[in-house]
Design a protein around this ligand. Structure first.
Ligand SMILES: Cc1cc2nc3c(=O)[nH]c(=O)nc-3n(C[C@H](O)[C@H](O)[C@H](O)COP(=O)(O)OP(=O)(O)OC[C@H]3O[C@@H](n4cnc5c(N)ncnc54)[C@H](O)[C@@H]3O)c2cc1C
Length: 418
């Protein structure tokens, strides 16, 4: 049962904790399981950008919900520029309407006013900030200004106490008096181990996965808050089915033995009792540096086209036996290992590569839109190599389709009227 969380630490700037090293994804891949959609990486738009020690630390969406305004170094409130045309009418026309909406929302009152542009989707706001910075309108530390200081100080402290303390203690910034500096931070991995949604079973018999390590539930972009319900519902399913599977020792043992998992597990457990001679982390760290330097840009909010070439150095640096920080001896001994970040990074880079079908959460290649909507990108082990290829998206079961039909009908009616 794999429930080791996401891959955030493959990125230089991330909101994830140090444990998010993709160990589970790497183990699953190594024993032949499919990984899917590893290019679907969600960037939260607002992480701290300064000081370096806390770069990436999350700045809650609540700041924008309470009226936080994003501006570039020229003082422009730039988010209006980035609203998608199809949804523009869901957002306020001007600053006055946006301010009225905030006041109504804070007072939990109904209002005909529409929300501020800062409350656009995560991917859109992240891309907007990234673009502003790339085009030379970033803050001194390479982000955007997020300003809530125009509100009364008491209100800010009462509504956003943890943000007040976070900035005061970590950045020496008083957010009741001055703006914060924020920028995109890698936050959540929609891709991961392919599982059957009813059982949590991976594509290798006897192997199960749940949570952020698993994939397929959130499509290309998770809605904020949905991870915890994912864990509760699909974690339960996977746990129950895994338990039943474990009680069928014949089949289970065979599958596990065939894949060498039992030996690997025994080695890992033995290693916990030994001291010293941990060679892994230094090797893994050698890989970590080059890969992290490239992933934020190439796999970032604007996934770009030269992933594989840039990643090659990282791949070559990563052919040692090292594994990540938590359990270095989980890595296979007899041959070069696939350190976790390499597995995660390889797939993310190659799925967004030139000459191969290319897509990412935040950017689609022009002209490929609908074709990419019909496939998952899967990575499987092929000899010592990783093969990345499109595979047809599973069809929605009939009983679910029926649930969506009334909503679709309504949409069609609206379009006719509009
Ligand atoms: C700052 C932040 C705020 C978030 N806020 C929200 C929110 O408000 N709502 C929401 O729905 N989602 C939120 N998320 C996302 C959500 O928290 C995660 O997706 C979710 O916790 C993942 O749960 P998990 O059980 O899959 O993995 P985790 O909770 O990360 O657990 C994985 C565990 O596996 C362990 N592990 C990893 N590798 C190994 C190894 N090799 N050996 C042994 N143990 C290992 C780790 O130490 C960890 O204990 C947030 C994420 C972040 C980073």
């Amino acid at each position: 049962m794999i429930a080791t969380g996401g891959v955030g630490k493959a990125f230089k700037v991330t909101s994830n904790s140090w444990e998010y090293t993709a160990d589970g994804q790497a183990l699953a891949f190594d024993v032949g399981a499919e990984l899917i959609d590893m290019e679907f990486v969600q960037f939260h738009p607002t992480g701290m950008v300064w000081p370096p020690g806390v770069m990436g630390l999350l700045v809650t969406e609540g700041v924008r919900g309470e009226g936080g305004i994003l501006r570039n170094s020229k003082g422009e409130r730039f988010m209006w520029k980035y609203l998608p045309e199809a949804r523009r009418n869901e957002y306020a026309d001007d600053e006055d309407e946006a301010a009225r909406w905030v006041e109504a929302a804070v007072a939990a009152k109904q209002t005909p006013d529409r929300r501020p542009p800062e409350l656009s989707t995560r991917d859109n706001v992240a891309r907007a900030i990234y673009t502003e910075v790339r085009e030379g309108r970033g803050t001194p530390h390479g982000g955007a200004f997020l300003d809530i200081s125009y509100l009364p100080a008491d209100r800010v402290k009462k509504k956003l106490p943890s943000m007040y303390h976070q900035f005061m203690e970590l950045a020496d910034v008083d957010i009741t008096k001055q703006p914060m500096e924020v920028g995109p931070t890698m936050h959540y991995m929609m891709g991961g181990i392919r599982v059957d949604p009813d059982s949590g079973a991976a594509t290798v018999p006897g192997l199960f996965a749940a949570g952020e390590a698993a994939a397929g539930l959130h499509g290309a972009n998770r809605l904020g808050g949905n991870s915890l319900s994912d864990l509760v519902v699909f974690g339960k399913r996977a746990g129950e089915r895994g338990r039943v599977r474990a009680r069928d020792p014949g089949a289970h043992d065979r599958a596990v033995r065939d894949r060498g998992l039992r030996a690997r597990n025994a080695r890992a457990v033995r290693s916990l009792g030994r001291r010293g001679s941990v060679r892994g982390p230094s090797r893994a760290t050698r890989l970590h540096g080059p890969l992290r330097r490239h992933l934020p840009r190439e796999g970032g909010p604007r996934a770009r086209a030269h992933g594989p070439r840039r990643a090659r150095g990282a791949r070559e640096a990563g052919t040692g036996r090292g594994h990540a920080h938590v359990q270095p001896r989980l890595a296979p001994r007899a041959r070069p290992a696939q350190p976790d970040h390499r597995v995660a990074g390889d797939h993310a880079q190659r799925a967004a590569a030139p000459g191969e079908p290319r897509r990412a959460l935040a950017t689609r290649s022009p002209g490929h839109g609908s074709a990419f909507g019909a496939v998952n990108m899967r990575a499987v082990k092929s000899g010592a190599e990783m093969k990345v290829e499109p595979t047809p998206l599973p069809q929605m079961p009939e009983e679910l389709k029926r649930l969506f039909e009334p909503a679709k009908e309504k949409e069609r009616e609206k379009e006719k009227v509009g």
